[in-house]
Design a protein around this ligand. Structure first.
Ligand code: ZN
Length: 345
């Protein structure tokens, strides 16, 4: 068997990724080795490609990047039970510690010692990936590798959307990137009444309507207040899912929420931003920060929803062979795409 593989690596500080030949990872007794078939490109990967301030501060070099993947187990460590060679899988890319109070209470997603594959540890943009068996999520036959490769961001969407009860509620999603669009689709799937999604990019809003039965609003051109009237909403939105990191979007959300409304925040504002806290207090709004996925509850829920009819495939707008990874990244960086998936074999 060959001992080397092809991978996309941040080889040195600065923009770009480099295609390298690297050793196939050696697995420990509690790990599995996964032959990667498809990977998704995340906004995080674009930060790493661009080598912005966050990336330069966070990502060690050299590092194989990437954390959204699907593949097949080709080797299992000697302590691993319940998984075998040939099992198709995706997996949780957050490697958690086991010592914190939260982790020991089973709230793995709140462990402060979490490390991310493709961000802090060797990642999935490679022919082979080492992963702790604990992190593996087997894929049922009903979920193909392409969808398997976007379960990580779908998990962000599901975690955010399921933060609050959405049954019969009017939901506002600000930001029509792939995760915002998928969150809107989840809100619709679980029984929200109106799902309104806002952005200032009409391509993204057009994509949103292809993925789910949502009301797109270009807030550069149309006022949300008018939309509320058009939809005959008496007071405002019950739940807001903030996916853009835009200050203006959060302001609009607070403005258009009902008294006692609830907001889940996944979007990350750049740096500190001014917030009108008095308005939030007087409207008695609940705000929840959302990070990653609720391991492994979110994985369970999203696979269950995919099996009972949730369809997010149209959010994948571009597919490239890994040979064309530069073009794939340029497509993502252009800002007009949905999810971009790389095919490894
Ligand atoms: Zn991601």
């Amino acid at each position: 068997m060959t001992t080397t593989m092809m991978a996309l690596q941040k080889s040195r500080p600065g923009p770009g990724l480099w295609r390298v030949t690297a050793p196939i990872p050696e697995i420990g007794p509690d790990d599995v080795l996964i032959r990667v078939s498809k990977t998704g490109i995340c906004g995080t990967d674009i930060h790493i490609w661009n080598w912005d301030e966050w990336a330069a501060r966070t990502v060690p070099v050299p590092l194989i990047t990437g954390h959204e993947f699907a593949g097949e187990i080709v080797e299992v460590g000697r302590n691993v039970t319940g998984l075998s060679v040939g099992q198709r899988c995706s997996g949780e890319g957050h490697l958690i510690g086991r010592d914190s109070r939260q982790s020991r209470a089973g709230k793995f997603h709140l462990d402060p010692a979490t490390r991310g594959i493709g961000v802090n540890e060797q990642g999935a943009f490679a022919e082979y990936l080492r992963l702790p068996a604990f992190n593996v999520v087997p894929l049922p036959d009903t979920i193909d590798d392409e969808i398997g490769a976007i379960l990580d961001p779908l998990g962000n969407a599901v975690h955010t959307a399921l933060s609050f009860d959405l049954v019969g509620e009017d939901v506002l999603v600000t930001g029509a990137g792939p995760i915002g669009i998928m969150a809107a689709a989840v809100a619709r799937h679980v029984g929200a009444r109106h799902v309104v999604i806002t952005d200032v990019n009409s391509d993204r809003l057009a994509l949103a309507t292809k993925v789910a039965d949502v009301v797109p609003v270009n807030v550069g051109k149309e006022d949300l207040g008018a939309v509320k009237t058009r939809l005959r909403m008496r007071e405002g939105f019950d739940v807001g899912l903030e996916m853009s990191g835009s200050q203006a979007a959060l302001d609009q959300m607070v403005e258009n929420l009902v008294m006692g409304g609830r907001i889940a925040l996944l979007g990350i504002p750049p740096g500190k931003s001014p917030v009108d806290w008095s308005r939030i207090v007087f409207k008695a709004i609940t705000i929840k920060g959302v990070y990653g996925r609720e391991i492994f509850e979110t994985w369970y829920k999203m696979i269950a929803m995919l099996e009972n009819g949730l369809d997010v495939r149209p959010v994948i707008t571009h597919r490239f062979s890994v040979d064309d990874f530069v073009q794939a990244f340029e497509t993502m960086r252009g800002g007009g795409s949905g999810k971009v998936v790389l095919h490894w074999h």
